[in-house]
Design a protein around this ligand. Structure first.
Ligand code: ADP
Length: 912
């Protein structure tokens, strides 16, 4: 199946340097259950997206399951054991390779002691361990770098006085990180595992267990280093009938246990068949799900027969537990649940409104009355879950310090000086008023100009949690107002979900895409969002799921929109609009270099010294690949480059660990599955080059840029270097920001008295009127300039105006149309790199146009050297930042004669 193949590739990539074999077995202590980290197959749609937590069988989607399973990326401690089938006794000498003969079987060694707060580790298993002690982590990193990646892993004893039958692991973990030296030593079990470090990512250290060891003495206090002796299993007779019979019983009980855990069955059945007796006992202990102490006993037992007996007991107990009637668990789980809900309320009980407390208490008593598998129970459980998870009365302290805010805004966003100034004003006013509530900022501008990013920075500056709700995709009012609690699948709306997620009652909520609300004809949805924003209404916001008011008055709302004109009017008068026009090339260079590249590099885990993307490459990327007002596309291209760099570096530094295989090559083929023989050879070469320290820095320059991002894309905004006869360049504004547009006049028929103008059918009425007027003006201009020229009188013309760039706001292409018509009639080329914008009126005046900044940026982006603006726009242009105006020859005109002189000056070539 294609998905299987893809997943295999992903798991190969994900496991990176330390490729693990395809078939692994994960051990999840948190749920007391084990999960197979196997291939993902996509099933029914709901299953893929995740079930809502509404009924007993509800489970999260495949992605969440994947995060839970692959705990390297999960947020919680990973008590994960990965078992490599076929299972055989690991021979430490073979595992290490011959170059570093540190381990002596039956000998003595000095190792760093790594405490394991959860389950002990058994030989032959892989396991990622989170190391929270920075000194220990640094020491482990150092030994890994020194090619001496060995460590002693020891289970942590529970605190004295803890009931061993209740050993949880988390209790053991609680204080262990504060202990040092002797104190720590006393809290570790003496018998542990000699393990090899396969890789370190962040604070996660992936280990493979080699063999059993016993602590002999402490060598160093911090990080704890101990002298250890290597333990060997006592000799045993493989043909002894008692051992054979016991192992047979272990195998059969193990099979019974696995029958109740179908997800482990496929992998483990193979392992059971291939395991020798000592390993079978270890495997059984792991699968039994026994508590720390019991597993530790198995680890400490060197007599193989006794070890098998111990494991057998654990497995039998595991079978018995799986048969305990549901009833007992039911009572247990209800009490635990109530306790969990009550515990959540501890600390801020006083802050919870009385009416809410009352509801919670009523629901808690209801919980005890319903059967654990009843619908009512699940409904009540869900309701309580929401009620108790909301941050009643929890607020983050708002910070109105404008200096701090400036620092944060600069840290997160390049340039945008005017936007930042407005935000600082907003914060300063908030300081005087004591609150920023009530005023709603709305950032408008084309995609990728940093609207969301600015919103996030404001939240950071004000010390509020950030949450964004994209209203563009909403179709149902219930997504804002919540579903009525009529069945188990009902859920609250986005705002309540937001409060639960952020955990404070005063987050900054970014309503993304308010202009998209107007487009949908869901008026009730628009008014629901409006209620949310209205300071009069939102203090008593009623979510249908709860049916009692929730105070949202402390939430700070910020909005974004691509097109201001599409924002519903009701919203507009409540908002303070701040527009972001886009960036010119040098701004994009700074953003790319200092922000996008940096964040992408960090996200890919690549060090600055491993890579160099030259200025020329970045410039080429901006000018030839990403013709846009913002930097969204640029960001995608930079990500593309870094993903490829990561792969190149990965190939350079790849190290397929032989793990439990006999020969490195064999392990490679088995681990990587699909890798070809060539890869194996490459791998060896790479290993050799790594050994002599020749990992090369990846340089991305103009010469090899295409290898990373393909060939440059066609720029529809700059079709001509020199516009031909009949073509003139104008400037327009669309939802994607400013843009250049070409207007082209063509003759379609010629003949005495045939003078007429045809226009594209879909052109709007305003543009049509504008074109007709342009035709008249061009005719009269031609008569003035070349009285004998009868071109317009005798030619039927077609005026092409690209619809893609049809101005959305107001007609501003009249002067461009006149110029293109005149160019055709006079057969004269229009001045090179000239953009004309302005609308002509019958009164002979040129009317001002809008979006001066956006249009100027678009002109710069497309290599325009000269711009003609109406005189009335001079003030708008003068207000622009110097870097936006730089290098442009700008003319402000009052009548068309001035445009004529600039466009067809004496030095203009004729196109005859
Ligand atoms: P928008 O909300 O306008 O579509 P985003 O805020 O999502 O744009 O920005 C897209 C990307 O570009 C983000 O990674 C953002 O950090 C980055 N970005 C945009 N403008 C800037 C800027 N001025 N400085 C630094 N990064 C920026």
């Amino acid at each position: 199946m294609a998905w299987r193949g893809i997943f295999k590739i992903f798991s190969t990539i994900a496991s990176g340097k330390n490729n693990l074999p395809e078939e692994k077995m994960d051990f999840e202590e948190e749920t007391g259950d084990r999960v197979l980290n196997d291939e993902v197959e996509l099933g029914d749609e709901e299953g893929e997206e995740g079930h809502r937590q509404t009924f007993a069988g509800a489970i999260p989607g495949k992605m969440v399951q994947c995060l839970k399973t692959d705990q390297v990326r999960g947020p919680f401690e990973p008590p994960r054991l990965v078992l490599e089938p076929p299972l055989r006794t690991a021979n430490p000498l073979k595992l290490m390779g011959t170059a570093i003969p540190l381990v002596q079987i039956g000998g003595v060694d000095k190792v760093l002691a790594l405490p394991l707060p959860h389950l002990p580790f058994f030989p032959g298993f892989h396991r990622p361990v989170q190391v929270k002690d920075p000194k220990l982590l640094a020491a482990l990193q150092e030994s890994y770098a020194r090619h001496a990646p060995y460590v002693g892993a020891f289970l942590v004893k529970d605190e004295p006085g803890t009931d061993p039958s209740l050993v949880s692991g988390s209790k053991a973990e609680k204080n262990i990180y504060d202990l040092k030296g002797k104190e720590l030593l006393n809290r570790l079990y003496e018998v542990g595992i000699h393990a090899k470090i396969l890789g370190i990512r962040g604070d996660r250290v992936v280990l493979v267990a080699l063999g059993r060891i016993r602590i002999m003495e402490m060598v160093d206090k911090e990080p704890l280093t101990v002298k250890v002796g290597h333990l060997k299993d006592k000799p045993y007779n493989k043909d002894d009938d008692v051992i054979k019979a016991t192992s047979f019983e272990v195998k059969s009980t193990l099979s019974d246990v696995l029958n109740t855990r179908s997800y482990l069955k496929r992998t483990c059945t193979k392992c059971i068949d291939n395991s020798e007796f000592p390993r079978l006992a270890d495997l059984g202990a792991v699968i039994s799900g026994a508590k720390n102490l019991q597993c530790q006993q198995v680890l400490e037992e060197l007599d193989v027969y006794k070890r098998l007996k111990l494991t057998l007991e654990l497995l039998k107990k595991s079978m018995e537990i799986s048969k305990i009637p549901e009833l007992v668990l039911e009572t247990d789980s209800k009490t635990t649940l109530s306790a969990k809900f009550r515990e959540r309320l501890e600390g801020n009980r006083d802050q919870i409104p009385l009416h809410v407390l009352q509801v919670i208490n009523e629901e808690l008593s209801k919980l005890q009355q319903f059967g654990a598998s009843s619908i009512e129970f699940n409904e009540t459980h869900n309701y309580l879950d929401w009620l108790t998870a909301l941050p009643w009365g929890i607020y983050s302290d708002e910070n109105f310090d404008v200096f701090w805010a400036k620092k944060i805004l600069d840290e997160d966003n390049y340039g945008l000086a005017d936007v930042k100034e407005r935000i600082l004003e907003f914060i300063a006013v908030g300081k005087h008023r004591g609150t920023t509530q009530g005023r709603i900022l709305c950032f408008s501008g084309p995609p990728g100009v940093g609207k969301m990013s600015i919103g996030r920075s404001i939240a950071r500056a004000l010390n509020r949690k950030f949450y964004s709700i994209s209203v563009g995709g909403l179709t149902n009012i219930a997504e804002i107002k919540g579903h009525f609690r009529i069945n188990v699948s009902s859920t609250p709306g986005k705002m309540v979900q937001c409060l639960k997620t952020v955990g404070t009652a005063n987050p900054l909520v970014l309503i993304d895409g308010v202009d998209k609300l107007g487009r949908q004809h869901a008026r009730d949805l628009t008014s629901a969002v409006l209620d949310l924003l209205d300071p009069e209404q939102n203090a008593k916001f009623v979510d249908n799921y709860f049916f009692f008011p929730i105070d949202l008055s402390k939430v700070l709302f910020v909005c974004t929109a691509d097109v201001v004109d599409n924002i519903p009017k009701d919203f507009l008068y409540r908002m303070e609009l701040i527009s972001i026009a886009g960036y010119v090339t040098d701004e994009k260079m700074h953003i790319a270099r200092d922000y996008l590249e940096k964040s992408t590099r960090e996200a890919c885990g690549i060090k600055p010294e491993e890579v160099e993307v030259t200025d020329a490459a970045l410039l080429c990327l901006i000018e030839k690949y990403c013709h846009e007002a913002g930097v969204q596309n640029l960001q995608k291209h930079i990500e593309k480059i870094y993903h490829k760099i990561a792969l190149q570096l990965g190939r350079q530094g790849v190290s397929y660990e032989p793990a439990i295989a006999d020969k490195p090559g064999e392990a490679l083929v088995r681990c990587a599955g699909e890798l070809s023989k060539k890869d194996v050879t490459d791998f060896k070469t790479i290993q050799e080059s790594e050994a002599i320290g020749t990992i090369e820095k990846v340089v991305v320059d103009i010469s090899n840029l295409a290898d990373f991002v393909g060939d440059p894309v066609f720029n529809a905004e700059r079709i001509y270097d020199q516009t031909p006869v009949g073509v003139a360049m104008g400037l327009a504004w669309t939802a994607m920001g400013g843009s250049t547009l070409y207007i082209k006049a063509t003759q379609i028929e010629q003949g005495e008295g045939k003078g007429a103008l045809t226009l594209p059918g879909q052109l709007g009425d305003v543009m049509k009127g504008s074109a007709q007027l342009a035709h008249i003006v061009a005719r009269s201009m031609l008569f003035k300039k070349e009285p004998d020229n009868r071109y317009f009188a005798n030619s039927k013309l077609y005026l092409h105006v690209p619809l893609r760039a049809t101005p959305m706001d107001e007609p501003s292409a009249g002067c461009t149309m006149i110029t293109s018509l005149l160019s055709l009639a006079m057969k004269k080329l229009v001045k090179k790199d000239l953009a004309i914008t302005g609308e002509f009126t019958l009164l002979g005046k040129i009317l001002p146009i809008g979006w001066v900044k956006e249009k100027t940026i678009a002109a710069r982006r497309n290599g325009v050297k000269t711009i003609i603006f109406p005189s009335a726009n001079k003030r708008d242009f003068d207000e622009l930042a110097t870097n936006v105006k730089e290098g442009l020859d700008v003319h402000f005109v009052d009548d068309y004669n001035q445009i004529f002189d600039i466009a067809f000056g004496d030095d203009q070539e004729t196109g005859k």
